[in-house]
Design a protein. Sequence first.
Length: 126
Amino acid sequence: MNRLKVIARAGAFSFCTSLALLSLSSQVHAITDLEQALQAQSDGNLKAAATHFQTAAQTGSSEAQYQLGMLYAQGTGVKENLENAKTLVQQAASQGHVLATEWLSAHVVSVTPSVEEEEEDPEDDC
């Protein structure tokens, strides 16, 4: 009976260990893709950077989401797409990425009309 308990515990431990290692390996993969993306970006290979950022962003890397969003916003390495940029940067900001939050704040402000623009045409209020 004791042998069955030991085998059962070892099996449960092995299963839990396997799950932990699988989880860890996906996180390591995300770090590797992020590092490869940053290296490609610093080398000027923006298409490769975008590909690696995409992979890391899909695994939840806020830095990759932000960086890929910036590539979309600037149209570097990928076709410019402000909707994709905003979506990715919002994902990063929702995870507490400070630069993403700042970028969103700056772009929300730049989209709203200034007071001067509103005062130029007072007949619009009628």
